[in-house]
Design a binder for this molecule. Structure first.
Ligand SMILES: Nc1ncnc2c1ncn2[C@@H]1O[C@H](COP(=O)(O)OP(=O)(O)OP(=O)(O)O)[C@@H](O)[C@H]1O
Length: 572
């Protein structure tokens, strides 16, 4: 459908150049509105030399914005190109961290990102009051009094606070190498900009207008950055949906957006028309959030709406077959359908991944084989492979992983890339196929072939293998089934996407099967009051025409009535 802005959207696009807080319902055209607003601002800033920044929270969103903005610019070739479209993190990294933070970090090189399994990180572990934990688990946030709080998340699901002295000890050790984790990139950016007023002023002058999309994902560190820029003179606007704040683990619960007060003549506005979903799905979303969004969609001729089906968690294959039949008999193609679920464990099960896939380096090689042979995801497979290899090399350069992944043209990373790709691409001479018997065939072939790969690495890259490398490639947590569960997924499912709810954020999907467990159902029914409830809301609002909520048989009796009150009906 071609885009003609609605009165609500037009008002935002053509407003004066003031700060705006736009709270928008799902499917309300935030992307189209934000990109047109930036285009409009760029036109009006013609006499000024500053840039307009459009910031978001995922590379997918950034790519979508860039394409949409290019299309708009095609109509105005004379328009200034001074627009930066980036993620909030890459804005921080490119504008503050890389060019300026080495001064604060006390390092002599440009800072570089570590990924978590570089061996030198062992020297930078954090003491959490009882033992040392890896620095990748260290989190930094700004508490309500504006102080810096340090926590660590090495025990799943529980954040433990870390004393500032212990945290800073580890952070500073890492900084001396010039290294930072994702979290610490934000920390060093804020430390730098907080100390160097002049830099802040320059940035605010360079970016007089900043629009942040997906603003419900602004966490405390990003919030401080935006507030500082605003105080220094940038006009900051936010657009987002607090009901879709699903990154609470990253300190983002939607509160920055909810509490944002546009200064100096700025104003708040809502976008309330859903262009994505049919009436029945918008109705469910409204019931869950006590909202009153309208649907702008035409009524499709094929069967559509929000339905319930029951399933037996022990018979997931049957559920997938049922969904596939529903699609086929109601005019839905496979490419417009997705099966989604909350957690990666269920997703792995659905994608045919076995439960036991080894540990340590073995697990990394196993995941590489699964990504390549089952999910067809060669770039993820490469990262897993590299992770495995780094575990069996003897003290490689701490920047090696970064250099390999960032496409460095230096001889060692370049040669490593070539050797690893060759190993990954050929399952007969390189990484063995995931369908082989794991313990008796896959692992022995892997070890034999790794041995010759490691020899090549030693001769061509001058990197030694660990003498005891075979101790890291063991059969622990591996059985003799294949790494993939044979015949788990019915063949008619081929071509239908399987993804976690988090992965679907921002997407529009023709037909969705949301496989929920009892807890997911309770959370969904409670509404967007908790992160888990918001995850349910995101799942529901991805569907364009058909939403099927799969409810475990054991929960159906107690939950069906409540779900029907929210607008679901039984699939007949
Ligand atoms: N005025 C409009 N005219 C026609 N189509 C529109 C209009 N506004 C939005 N749309 C369409 O609605 C769909 C949903 O828009 P978009 O993906 O931008 O929503 P969103 O607000 O980002 O949703 P969410 O936050 O739920 O991901 C897109 O296909 C978009 O082109």
């Amino acid at each position: 459908m071609s885009f003609r802005s609605t009165p609500e959207q037009s008002e935002i696009i053509s407003a004066e150049l003031v700060s705006q807080r736009i709270v928008a319902c799902a499917g309300s055209g935030k992307t189209a509105t934000a990109v047109r607003r930036v285009f409009e601002i760029r036109k009006r800033l013609i006499a000024q030399s500053g840039h307009v920044a459009l910031l978001s929270y995922s590379n997918t969103a950034v790519n979508t914005f860039r394409k949409a903005y290019e299309l708009l610019c095609a109509e105005s070739p004379q328009l200034s190109r001074r627009v930066l479209i980036a993620t909030v993190d890459s804005f921080m990294t490119s504008q503050i961290l890389l060019p300026h933070a080495s001064r604060m970090m006390g390092c002599t090189r440009q800072p570089f990102l570590v990924h978590g399994n570089e061996l030198f990180l062992k020297n930078c572990r954090v003491f959490n009051g009882s033992h040392n934990v890896d620095i990748e688990y260290l989190h930094v946030s700004i508490d309500t009094d504006g102080g810096i709080a340090f926590t660590e998340s090495s025990s799943r699901g529980r954040r433990k606070s870390v004393s500032p002295i212990d945290a800073k000890n580890a952070i500073n050790k890492l900084a001396k190498f010039g290294a930072y984790t994702h979290e610490l990139g934000r920390y060093w950016s804020l430390m730098t900009i907080g100390k160097e007023n002049r830099l802040l002023e320059i940035l605010a002058r360079k970016y007089p207008y900043i629009l942040v999309d997906e603003a419900q994902d602004i966490g405390s560190m990003h919030g401080v950055l935006l507030s500082l820029l605003q105080e220094a003179g940038s006009t900051v606007s936010l657009i987002g949906d607090p009901n879709q704040a699903i990154y609470e683990f990253a300190e983002a619960d939607g509160s920055y957006l909810r509490n944002f007060k546009p200064p100096n003549g700025g104003y708040c506005q809502n976008l309330t028309e859903n262009w994505r979903s049919v009436y029945d799905i918008v109705n469910v979303a409204n019931q869950l959030t006590a909202a009153n969004s309208k649907t702008a969609r035409e009524v499709p001729t094929r069967k559509h709406g929000a339905f319930l089906i029951q399933y037996d968690p022990k018979k997931l294959t049957e559920l997938l077959s049922t969904f596939s039949n529903i699609l086929q008999s109601n005019g839905y193609t496979k490419v417009e359908a997705s099966v989604i679920c909350r957690g990666t464990a269920l997703l792995e099960k659905l994608s045919g991944c076995a439960v036991d896939i080894g540990q340590g380096a073995t697990e990394k090689f196993a995941r590489a084989a699964i990504c390549r042979d089952n999910l067809g995801d060669i770039s993820d497979a490469f990262e897993w492979m590299l992770g495995g290899i780094l575990k069996i090399l003897d003290n490689p350069e701490h920047t090696l992983k970064h250099d390999i992944l960032s496409g460095s043209n230096e001889i060692i990373p370049k040669t490593m890339r070539r050797l690893l790709w060759k190993f990954l691409k050929n399952s007969t001479t390189g990484l063995p196929h995931a369908r082989l018997n794991a313990k008796s065939v896959w692992l022995p072939s892997l070890k034999k072939r790794l041995s010759s790969l490691l020899n090549d690495i030693e001769t061509q890259c001058e990197l030694s293998k660990l003498e005891t490398w075979k101790h890291n490639v063991t059969a622990a947590k591996l059985n003799d089934n294949s790494l993939l569960q044979d015949d788990f997924i019915p063949s008619e499912m081929d071509g239908i996407n399987l993804q976690t709810v988090h992965r679907t954020k921002g997407e529009s999907i023709g037909a969705v099967l949301y496989i929920a467990n009892p807890k997911d159902i309770s959370n969904l029914l409670e509404g967007p009051v908790s992160e888990e409830g918001r995850i349910g809301y995101v799942a529901v609002t991805r569907a364009r025409d058909l939403l099927i909520l799969a409810v475990p048989e054991t929960s159906y009796k107690s939950k069906a009535k409540l779900l029907k009150q929210k607008g679901f009906i039984d699939w007949d």
